[in-house]
Design a protein around this ligand. Sequence first.
Ligand code: SAH
Length: 403
Amino acid sequence: MTILPVIPISPDQPDSAVQADSVQFGGVKPRRRPSMPPRHLADLDLAARKTAVTGLGEPAFRAKQLSTHYFGRLVRDAASMTDLPSAVRDKLTTELLPTLLTPIREQACDDGATRKTLWRLHDGALVESVLMGYPDRVTACVSSQAGCGMACPFCATGQQGLTRNLSVAEIVDQVVYLAGVAASGAVTGSPPRLSRVVFMGMGEPLANYPRVIEAVRRLTTPAPEGLGLSQRHITVSTVGLVPAMRRLIAEQLSVTLALSLHAPDDDLRDELVPVNQRWKVAEVLDAAFDYAAQTGRRVSIEYALIRDVNDQPWRADLLGRLLHGKLAHVNLIPLNPTPGSKWDASPKPVEREFVRRLRESGVSTTVRDTRGREIDGACGQLAAGELTQAGAGGVAADAEVAQ
Ligand code: SAH
């Protein structure tokens, strides 16, 4: 593992929020109420940006210039915007490109192919993103909420509770930042263009539905309005909030849907994914199959293999029967044990047998690589260590809300 120097997100906006806290409070982080961040260019479509710019007394075409810097060139610091008069640059960047994410720690592993960034949001909440480089592509794994309210017992984020939803721009800005890191050539052995986004960081994307959908639109609209990624290269992962899945079908997007199933039977899934007490396996799979039918895209069934909990041959067979003949793919994830957890990953021979049985049922199955384990960047581990150490940020804020 390597601790990297934090790449400043913008040279003229130092990490002032963090420093100010430690000076003002003698190193003790204040408890702040969770609150949504200031308005940012990425919250708005191009028409709304034009209105915002004219509201600031500037001609509408400045909206496009600013958008080209942010989405087209991945530039956000005023000094680099040399096509704008300097007074205008400062005004527009202050008003429309406020700092939303302050990187407080960056770590790398897998020989620099995996990088994790821990962000502090304007209200002190912490979230993380992971950048993963492969020979043919670069993928960003982003957070949609600070914390998570779904309470899955094997997931570190699930133990924290929900602090708040992220804004559209807080989601988009993670991707734009990571696209800038990729473009700088920092991900060795991978192409410089970030091409994929997975909503598999902290949070339940479909519990922050309107903002996540708008973020998807922003990420997939061509520059300068958006980042111009392909919808098919975006994966939204859900615990299975059925009404929101049905709403997603109606959006007519072609994003990939991942369903975190983890058990083929209601008895066990009620425990592993508590939202199953509301929407059962049959109902959630129906919604996933309908999504696949509508988009023509295979749904990805996520299944974390947990030793002696959900890895029995009969469960593989049952899952095989449920998925046989459907437009679905199983992605098995070796459990990444959370600190203090009673659960562990399944032994490799058990995992192999599970894969064999699924394939025998005619279900396409892969085992997910374990990128980022060393830096706790793997599934469910994001930001948990930091929250425990700091005892602040999301957890404190959450406690305040609960009172
Ligand atoms: N809330 C969404 C997305 C976030 S988690 C969802 O649940 O789908 C992304 C994936 O990582 C989910 O499939 C989740 O179940 C899985 N995951 C969480 N904690 C894990 C752990 N400790 N080990 C392996 N996978 C885990």
